[in-house]
Ligand binder design. Structure first.
Ligand SMILES: *Cc1c(COP(=O)(O)O)cnc(C)c1O
Length: 483
C-alpha cells in the first residue's frame, strides 16, 4: 500500500502544476491582455487578407513536445502561423462573404464560461446557465414574433441550426426512410449549401429536391412554388419541406416569406427559414419590415456570430412549437436518473444533438447586458444604410452596373468596360482589390456574370470604410484601364 502512495505522490508532483497559482495567472493574463490589445490597436492598419501565406509549415516543424513552452513564444508563434495567414474577418475593411464580428465582451463571456465551467447541457446541473440560455432564446423568439409556445437552441453556427430545423421537420412530418424517395423538398436557386448538406446529413439525400426559380431581385417566385407543389402532388409525390432564405449569401435577397407561409400552410409543408445571415435584422425597424412573414415559419435559423457581431461559434435555431423540437431530440438514459426536471425549463441536451456543450449563452448575454439592446438595433440600422449609401455612390463611378436595390446589407455590382471581356475585367478588379489588402470584397457568379459583392456586417465598419472602398474602386478601375 505504501508503494502505491509513493507512486501517486510522484505523479501528483507533476500533475499539480495544472492548477496555476495566483502569481502565474496574473502573468499569463497580462501576457494575453498585452497581445490582444496590440491586435486590436493594429486592426485598423492590418491587412484584410494575408495573401500567399497559406502554405506556412510552422505546425509540422513545431509539434507538441513533452516539455513546457513559454507563453511569449507560444503567442509569437500563434501570431505568425495563425493570425498572419488567410482572411482577417474582424477588420473594418472586411466586406466579403458574410463578415465576422468578435465583440470584446463576448471574449470575456467565453473566459468566464471556461473558468467557471458550468455544465450548460442539463437544467439539473446548472439551472442558472440553462435559464440564461432559455431567456436569450425567448428574447430572440419575441423579437422575431414567434409565440410563447416556441423553443430553441443556441448552436455552434447556422449549419448545425439548419440541421436541427430540418430534422425537427422530418420528425414532425413523421417521415421514415421508406418515404424519402417520394418526398419533395422545395428550395430557392440561391439556397445556402448548408441546407442541402443538412438534408444529406439527416439521411434524406434520396428526397427529391425541387429548385424554384428566382425573380429579377433573386427572390423565390411564390407562384412557381405553388405550381411545383400541386404538380408534384398530382404525380403522387409528398411535398413536405420548403426552405426560404431571409437574406441569401449571394445577394442578400429575402424571399417573399408571407406568401411562402400561406402556400406552405395550404399544402401542409414544414416551412423552414434560413435567416443565418439576415434574420437578426428583425431587431431594427427597417429590417423588420423587410422580413415580414418570418414569424409564420415552423423553424428558423439565425446566426448571432453574423448579425449580432459575436465571435464565430454562435448560431441559433428557433422552432415555433416547443414539443416538435423536444420530440425530435429528447433522450432517456439510466445514468441521468438523478436529473429530474424540477421546473418548466427545457434543457439544451433535450433540444439538440449536443449533450455536454460550450456554455455559449454567456458570450451573447454579456455584451447584450453590458451595452443594452438599443445599441445593437442602431448598429444593424447603420449597416443597412451603409449598403444603401454604397449602392447610390458606386453608381457615380462611370461604367459601374449595379444589381437590385439592396434588401439588406449586400450590394452586387460590376464594371462594364468599353471593350474586352467583362468577366475577365471584373476578375482582375477583384484580384487588384484583394492584393491591395486595405479592404476585402468577394465575388459571385450570377447567370454566368462575374459579379462583385460588398457585404456590410462587421460592427467596426462605418461610413469612412465605405468611402475608402469607393476610393479604392475608382483607383483600381483607373489602373486597370491604363494598363
Ligand atoms: C452563413 C450562412 C449559413 C451557414 O451558417 P454557419 O454559421 O456558417 O454554419 C447558412 N445560411 C446562410 C444564408 C448563411 O449566410
Amino acid at each position: 500500500m505504501s508503494d502505491i502512495r509513493t507512486l501517486i505522490g510522484k505523479f501528483e508532483e507533476q500533475a499539480r502544476c495544472l492548477e496555476t497559482t495566483p502569481k502565474i495567472r496574473e502573468e499569463l493574463f497580462q501576457e494575453v491582455h498585452c497581445y490582444t490589445e496590440k491586435f486590436l490597436t493594429n486592426l485598423k492598419k492590418a491587412p484584410t487578407y494575408w495573401k500567399g501565406q497559406e502554405n506556412k509549415e510552422g505546425f509540422s516543424d513545431n509539434p507538441l513536445s513533452e516539455e513546457a513552452s513559454s507563453l511569449k513564444d507560444i503567442l509569437n508563434f500563434f501570431q505568425e502561423q495563425v493570425i498572419e495567414t488567410g482572411l482577417n474577418p474582424p477588420s473594418p475593411g472586411y466586406l466579403a462573404y458574410i463578415p465576422g464580428g468578435g465583440l470584446y465582451p463576448s471574449a470575456l463571456g467565453d473566459y468566464l464560461a471556461a473558468v467557471t465551467n458550468r455544465y450548460a447541457g442539463v437544467f439539473f446541473a446548472s439551472p442558472g446557465a440553462v435559464r440564461m440560455e432559455n431567456m436569450l432564446l425567448r428574447w430572440l423568439a419575441k423579437e422575431i414574433g414567434y409565440p410563447e409556445s416556441s423553443a430553441g437552441n443556441l448552436t455552434s453556427g447556422g449549419s448545425i441550426a439548419n440541421l436541427i430545423g430540418i430534422v425537427t421537420g422530418r420528425e414532425t412530418k413523421k417521415l421514415r426512410a421508406k418515404d424519402f424517395h417520394k418526398s419533395v423538398i422545395y428550395l430557392g436557386a440561391h439556397t445556402h449549401h448548408s441546407v442541402t448538406k443538412s438534408v444529406r446529413v439527416a439521411g434524406m439525400q434520396d428526397c427529391l429536391h425541387h429548385l424554384i426559380a428566382l425573380d429579377d431581385k433573386h427572390r423565390m417566385i411564390p407562384e412557381l412554388l405553388e405550381k411545383a407543389i400541386s404538380q408534384d402532388k398530382a404525380k403522387g409525390l409528398t411535398p413536405w419541406l420548403v426552405v426560404a432564405s431571409a437574406g441569401t449569401t449571394d445577394v442578400g435577397a429575402v424571399d417573399p416569406l408571407d406568401e411562402i407561409a400561406t402556400i406552405s400552410e395550404k399544402y401542409q409543408l414544414w416551412f423552414h427559414v434560413d435567416g443565418a445571415y439576415g434574420g437578426l435584422f428583425a431587431l431594427c425597424p427597417e429590417g423588420k419590415e423587410i422580413l415580414q412573414g418570418i414569424d409564420k415559419s415552423d423553424s428558423l435559423v439565425i446566426d448571432p456570430h453574423k448579425s449580432l457581431f459575436l465571435p464565430f461559434g454562435s448560431g441559433a435555431v428557433l422552432v415555433r412549437e416547443k414539443k416538435n423540437l423536444f420530440n425530435a431530440h429528447n433522450y432517456e438514459a439510466n445514468y441521468m436518473q438523478d436529473a429530474i426536471e424540477v421546473e418548466n425549463e427545457l434543457s439544451p441536451g433535450e433540444l439538440s444533438p449536443e449533450f455536454t456543450k460550450h456554455f455559449r449563452g454567456l458570450r451573447m448575454w454579456l455584451p447584450l447586458k453590458l451595452f443594452g439592446v438599443s445599441v445593437f438595433r442602431a448598429a444593424l440600422s447603420e449597416k443597412l444604410y451603409l449598403a444603401r449609401y454604397f449602392y447610390e455612390k458606386v453608381q457615380e463611378i462611370q461604367g459601374i452596373e449595379v444589381g437590385p436595390f439592396p434588401q439588406l446589407s449586400v450590394v452586387i455590382f460590376r464594371y462594364l468596360p468599353d471593350c474586352g471581356d467583362t468577366n475577365k475585367f471584373n476578375q482582375r478588379l477583384i484580384q487588384e482589390i484583394q492584393e491591395d489588402g486595405r479592404i476585402f470584397l468577394s465575388s459571385t457568379l450570377l447567370e454566368g456574370k462575374f459579379t462583385l459583392r460588398l457585404a456590410v456586417l462587421c460592427f467596426r465598419t462605418h461610413l469612412e470604410h465605405i468611402d475608402l472602398t469607393l476610393d479604392i474602386l475608382r483607383e483600381k478601375i483607373d489602373y486597370l484601364l491604363q494598363k
